[in-house]
Design a protein around this ligand. Structure first.
Ligand SMILES: Cc1cc2nc3c(=O)[nH]c(=O)nc-3n(C[C@H](O)[C@H](O)[C@H](O)COP(=O)(O)OP(=O)(O)OC[C@H]3O[C@@H](n4cnc5c(N)ncnc54)[C@H](O)[C@@H]3O)c2cc1C
Length: 451
């Protein structure tokens, strides 16, 4: 039987980047991907053209692989949220300090670039090779190829980067003392689009993430290099007046969009056909532990799939790759079990924290950003950060524009949240927010941290 040194399951974003890191360390790396090689054709996946927000943690991981400059031309910086109210008026809320941005990038194009780079490095990507089972006792992969033939391949090391429905994790689930938790949220999503204007320009400001928050549902839009926007509509599946269940025909779609998203509706000539042709997808949170059994390890969404509301699923998966590579650098390429043990122990509390934050941010995005007090709250936090840059770092900044561990960001974020809840309970806050005793707020935070 053939035996690989390293087998990576899945040539998604995480599997591809990981393969580049390991190949650069001189290993013999094979990647098994169930999909066909789509690089010659379009890059839409099952009616979805997802674009995503790449932020500092992701950039840092790309940088170590020498890919920053190659990825940059595929991206568009977004410096803040452009919030659209029901009358079409907009408010811009910066994400961080001037110049700080998250970057919109098409998942399909990005994945193609990473697979190309992996092959340039010498990684073997086996397309149309579905992992059907993994024998964890012998470290053997059971692979079904495009002709329907099953092949068994042995491997010194197996890395499961095969996403939220991982085949490696399914094999681990059959082992004793493997913990697993999954939760589908009440909402699903559907992709729609805003094409360029007749003059071939962006229909809205391209340097912002547009958001139409409407309480129990919302629409967002991210820019693409072809001057279109990819929109994502998040709705409850059922149970609410505005839900996927209750939008049955063209009149329902138009009615909902005219009522709640009219400024976007005016820019969406293909709305009805897209609504009915594009799939409705569900959103899941997955946590499990351990991530390793012998010389097999789960990584990326396979070990921690989160809802997309903090824009950190891919970023955290890239950070996984960076941390794993740092451990290999430190402990040596042959100490796999030690590397995996240290990796899962240090990383798990952090991915738990970002999974929780992603859930909590869902509430903020769909409801709070529409509240005028939310804007004041953000202004106070921005002022605190401006006056005391090392003492008060807003939670979003810690997660998105720093390399602080997610769990530390979570803990500090909770302390700040309690203090800000107190500040915001002042009934006159909308009038006197800029006259607050900011030094006293910092003092309260220091005391809370000391407890
Ligand atoms: C709507 C939405 C918006 C998002 N926005 C953001 C964002 O703005 N920022 C961000 O950081 N993250 C975002 N994410 C999360 C991000 O998409 C994921 O975290 C990321 O794609 C995970 O990458 P992965 O490689 O671990 O898994 P995947 O992307 O799922 O890749 C897994 C790969 O494994 C292959 N595979 C699966 N099973 C098998 C098998 N049995 N055999 C062989 N191959 C297999 C699949 O075909 C696929 O190529 C978003 C997610 C969603 C749903």
């Amino acid at each position: 039987m053939k035996k690989n040194e390293v087998s990576i399951l899945g040539a998604g974003l995480i599997g591809s980047l990981l393969s580049i890191y390991l190949k650069k360390r001189g290993m013999d790396v094979h990647v098994y991907e169930k999909r066909a090689d789509n690089r010659a054709g379009a890059y839409k996946e099952e009616g979805r053209s997802i674009n995503m927000a790449l932020s500092d943690r992701g950039w840092r991981a790309l940088e170590k692989a020498g890919l920053r400059e190659k990825v940059l031309p595929l991206t568009i910086p977004m410096y803040g949220r452009q919030v659209h109210n029901e009358h079409g008026a907009t408010t811009f809320i910066p994400y961080g300090k001037e110049g700080q941005a998250i970057y919109s990038i098409s998942r399909g194009r990005f994945n193609q670039l990473l697979m190309n780079e992996a092959e340039i490095e010498g990684v073997n990507i086996h397309f149309e090779s579905k992992i059907e089972d993994v024998d964890l006792r012998t470290n053997e992969l059971h692979i079904r190829d495009k002709e329907g033939q099953q092949e068994k391949v042995g491997s010194e090391v197996i890395l499961g980067a095969d996403g939220a429905y991982s085949s490696l994790r399914t094999a681990m689930l059959k082992q004793v003392r493997f913990n697993y938790k999954q939760e589908y949220i009440s909402h699903g999503y559907k992709e729609l689009s805003i094409p360029p204007t007749e003059k071939g320009e962006f229909a809205m400001d391209p340097n912002a993430l547009h958001i139409w928050p409407r309480g129990s549902f919302m629409l967002i839009a991210l820019p693409n290099p072809d001057k279109s926007f990819t929109c994502t509509l998040f709705l409850p599946f059922e149970g609410e007046r505005v839900s996927f269940e209750n939008i049955r025909d063209e009149h329902d779609v138009e009615g909902v969009f005219q009522t709640y998203f009219d400024d976007a509706y005016q820019k969406m000539p293909n709305l009805v056909s897209e609504y009915f042709n594009n799939p409705t997808a569900s959103l899941i949170n997955i946590e499990c532990y351990p991530w390793m059994i012998n010389k097999s390890l789960l990584i990326g969404d396979a070990s921690h799939a989160m809802v997309p509301f903090y824009g950190q699923g891919m970023n955290s998966g890239f950070e996984d790759c960076l941390i794993l590579d740092n451990l290999i650098e430190k402990l040596g390429a042959n100490a796999w079990e030690l590397v995996f043990a240290k990796f899962q122990k240090s990383r798990k509390p952090n991915t738990d924290a970002i999974c929780r934050l992603a859930m909590e941010n869902f509430e903020e995005m769909k409801a709070d950003v529409a509240d005028p007090k939310f804007l004041i709250r953000k202004r106070i936090e921005a002022r605190l950060h401006e006056l005391y840059p090392n003492d008060w770092i807003p939670l979003y900044t810690m997660v998105t524009f720093s390399t602080m561990s997610y769990s530390e960001a979570y803990t500090i974020g909770k302390l700040q949240q309690n203090i800000m809840d107190g500040v915001m309970s002042n009934p006159l806050i909308t009038q006197n927010w800029d006259k607050l005793d900011y030094a006293d707020i910092i003092d309260r935070l220091d005391k809370a941290k000391a407890v």
